[in-house]
Design a protein around this ligand. Sequence first.
Ligand SMILES: [Zn+2]
Length: 114
Amino acid sequence: MTKHEFISQLRARERQFNRRAFRGCTLLALWLIGVAVVDYLQQHGELNLAGSPDLRREVAAAGFIAVFFIFVLILAMTKQGLQCPHCRKQLVAVAARIAVATGNCGFCGEKVYD
Ligand SMILES: [Zn+2]
């Protein structure tokens, strides 16, 4: 693998992670807005949940989904970078920058690209 291939693969994975992070943050923001709107409407008497208790459950379910998505996002973050061909550790964040700058793995010091 050449340096340019390494960098392009690293950037592709970063773009993929950023898209996932954006979707997760959007989902979380929508959930928080939904909870705020439901609470506001309940406090001001404009929303009667006596006939439709499912709305609270739907908001809670959306929150559960958001928490699950964030958990998946954290797992994806650990798989974001490229793997060192020698020690098999993920080259993410600072380790990826060290690999780009030096050509060597930040963990084992071996060459990661030609
Ligand atoms: Zn290594």
